[in-house]
Design a protein around this ligand. Structure first.
Ligand SMILES: [Zn+2]
Length: 235
């Protein structure tokens, strides 16, 4: 199995190439290219977010918790209406991912379970596609694609490491095929992953204008509901 640093090195390399091609070949701004490179690099660690203990889990839950509100900032500003509320929402998102998220992960996940899978890759990419607030569809596709590429580099690297060379003939170890799978061993995990993927696909198709966009509360309604919560106005 490839280690934490190896995954990071490969995904960062792919990210730098992706960012450069996006900037010099497709006319994205340098900032967008660098962001794409960064997202790709970080996503190379995402599949190992379910490792049960040690450095990778800590590093990644910290990093993911910091990145999720960052990528959602524009949207949070829209939801919050003003900077203060947006900042409060960002902190809440951070805490949810950092503490609730890593707790749920440690309880529910099996290392190299459904996080090491093709549907998980699609979920990560679609989540970025939906969360990225940009008027330009191409920017959202670039960012989502970069996350997908980084994620894919991890799965492929794990598969490469599952091949052990025995003299001339390659031999597959017990992990072979387990990283680039579509279904895991647990029915509940499969149901959860595929329902989440279905929901995100539907929302993304709505956002892309392929199907009718589902109705979500307008930012003003959301703010009103937030204000009506007891004690919120004193924060
Ligand atoms: Zn892995």
């Amino acid at each position: 199995m490839a280690g934490f640093e190896q995954h990071l090195r490969v995904s960062t390399g792919i990210g730098v190439v992706t960012g450069a091609v996006a900037t010099f070949g497709f006319g994205f701004t340098p900032a967008q290219g660098i962001l794409a490179a960064y997202l790709c690099g970080v996503s190379g660690m995402l599949p190992d977010i379910d490792s049960t203990s040690g450095k990778p889990l800590r590093e990644m839950s910290n990093l993911t918790a910091a990145i999720v509100p960052m990528t959602m900032m524009e949207r949070l500003k829209e939801w919050g209406g003003d900077f203060d509320t947006a900042l409060l929402l960002a902190i809440l998102v951070y805490m949810c991912v950092r503490f609730a998220g890593s707790w749920i992960l440690s309880k529910l996940s099996v290392h190299r379970g459904m996080f090491h899978s093709i549907p998980a890759l699609a979920i990560a990419a679609l989540a970025v596609f939906l969360g990225w607030k940009s008027d330009e569809m191409s920017v959202r596709i670039l960012m989502a694609g970069s996350v997908g590429l980084g994620f894919l580099s991890h799965l492929i690297l794990d598969e490469i490491y599952a091949v052990q060379w025995n003299g001339l003939a390659p031999e597959l170890n017990q992990f072979a095929g387990s990283a680039t799978k579509f279904f895991g061993k647990s029915t509940i995990a499969n149901l959860f992953t595929w329902s989440l993927l279905g929901g995100l696909t539907w929302l993304s198709l709505g956002r892309a204008g392929v199907v009718e966009e589902p109705t979500v509360p307008k930012p003003a309604e959301f703010r009103e509901a937030l204000r009506s919560l007891p004690g919120v106005e004193r924060l």
